[in-house]
Write a protein that binds this ligand. Structure first.
Ligand code: NDP
Length: 436
């Protein structure tokens, strides 16, 4: 905390990892001697820059952009870009730190990074978003590259924004390279990338349920968020037999006791991606649903909770309510959606609880596959990519069991498993390089 004043999210993320890593390295002197954890928790570099753009009324607007390159011990830096008014250096440092572990867990050669700006895309015209993205890339291009750092999307950055940024990179560098992932299919994107984070979370959950002999059939699932991760998690959970009864945004949540079927989810996708509307509109379209303003969905009784909106959206109080209502599994589709206190409650209740760095790694994994396809100048079929996603999520689950399984009880501490497995891979690469 003293080293990073005012950066509460970043210190929270480091603390969560340190709790597990300290006990793992207790008797392993080499990691102490080489100060590995301390070096991982100090980004390789943080680049901060001005992003200047003109709105539709001709006003000049000034935003701040960042790229945090945390660690490239096992591959080029890789991590999303977030456009949201709440973005600070602390947010991006926490996300880049987490990304380092997550990318290691995928088994693919990717280091950890994150970027973004305190820009609010909500209410902006297409042209305003385009001018902002172009201005953002006009500075960012100096710091990224297919073999250096490959950004992707995150909150507020979807296919539209990636397209504008890729176009600007192509224009100013006069090169067509895989510098971004999440690209459109027409210009080098991978099938299943859009769905991958949410689908991957559902596949990971299915593996967790299996450890207790369960599946999704007959289970009620509460999902938060209504963006890319939430909608695709809901879609795959529904396909696997679960009933998803909520979605939310920053204005409140909708409860549909009948569940979101494929048609309803298609309607939500169009609402978000084409009309850029609010989730409250769902209750007007589907009378069986009710909108609850200003509240997250955690008080709705469920077997499984899947937070897919943003960091610290599920508090200690929410965790108590979920446990009291009989929730038996929580998988984080978002990054660090549970506060440290909520996470401790889930751990001590010994329910199935997966941290984002394991459960939501499917997105970056398919980004890794997009990089491979770009390098080979080819594209794989949908079922091929989805099968690779299933295999990667199953492998990540296995790594968590290996490092987080408690002998004798069959219980898996997924947080410890993910932290230790991710740490070990990056740490051993850093040791191989000596002090650099
Ligand atoms: P989107 O922008 O598509 O959707 C974000 C959703 O979360 C929206 O419904 C948004 O509501 C809601 N939300 C955002 N901020 C808040 C807030 N402060 N309070 C309440 N709700 C909020 O983003 P994604 O779905 O891509 O990302 C969601 C989470 O998943 C993030 O934590 C992200 O880092 C993580 N993630 C995403 C990956 C990806 O591939 N996209 C990969 C791995 C992790 P509103 O519209 O009202 O803001």
């Amino acid at each position: 905390r003293k080293r990073n004043p005012g950066q509460d999210e970043f210190t929270q993320a480091v603390q969560e990892v340190a709790e597990d890593v300290f006990s793992f390295i207790q008797d392993k002197e080499i990691y102490h001697e080489y100060q590995i954890l301390r070096r991982m928790a100090e980004p390789d570099r943080v680049v901060s820059f001005r992003v200047c753009w003109e709105d539709d009324e001709g006003n000049i607007r000034v935003q701040r952009g960042w790229r945090v390159q945390n660690n490239n011990a096992i591959g080029p830096y890789k991590g999303g870009i977030r456009f949201h008014p709440s973005v600070t250096e602390s947010t991006l440092k926490f996300l880049a730190f987490e990304q380092t572990f997550k990318n290691a867990l995928t088994g693919l050669p990717m280091g950890g990074a994150k970027g973004g700006a305190n820009f609010n895309p909500r209410g902006k015209s297409d042209h305003e978003v385009m001018r902002f993205c172009q201005s953002f890339m006009t500075e960012l291009y100096r710091h990224v590259g297919a073999d250096v750092d490959v950004p992707a999307g995150d909150i507020g950055v979807g296919a539209r924004e990636i397209g504008y940024m890729f176009g600007q990179h192509k224009r100013i560098t006069n090169s067509f390279t895989g510098v971004l992932t999440g690209k459109g299919i027409e210009y080098g994107g991978s099938l299943i990338r859009t769905e991958a984070t949410g689908y991957g979370t559902a596949y990971f959950l299915a593996e967790m349920l299996k450890t207790r002999g369960w599946d999704f059939e007959g289970r009620t699932v509460v999902v938060s968020g209504a963006g890319n991760v939430a909608v695709h998690a809901a879609e795959k959970i529904t396909q696997l037999g679960g009933t998803v009864v909520t979605l939310s945004d920053s204005e409140g949540f909708v409860h549909d006791p009948k569940g979101f079927d494929a048609d309803k989810l298609a309607w939500v996708k169009a609402l978000r991606n084409q009309r850029r509307g609010r989730i409250s509109e769902y209750a007007k379209e589907f009378p069986e649903a009710e909108f609850f303003p200003g509240r997250p969905p955690w008080a709705v009784t469920c077997d499984i909770a899947v937070p897919c909106a943003t960091q610290n959206e599920l508090t200690e109080e929410d965790a108590r309510v979920l446990l009291g209502n009989g929730c038996v599994a929580v998988a984080e589709g978002a990054n660090m959606p549970c506060t440290l206190e909520a996470a401790h409650l889930f751990k001590s209740a010994e329910i199935l609880y997966a941290p984002g760095k394991a459960a939501n790694a499917g997105g970056v994994a398919v980004s890794g596959l997009e990089i491979s396809q770009n390098m080979a100048r080819m594209s794989w079929k949908q079922h091929e990519v989805e099968q690779l996603l299933v295999d990667i999520m199953t492998d990540i689950h296995q790594r968590c069991v290996e490092h987080g399984g408690r002998a004798g009880t069959g219980h898996v501490d997924y947080v410890r498993g993910a932290n230790v497995a991710g740490f070990k891979k990056v740490a051993d690469a850093m040791l191989a390089f000596g002090v650099v």
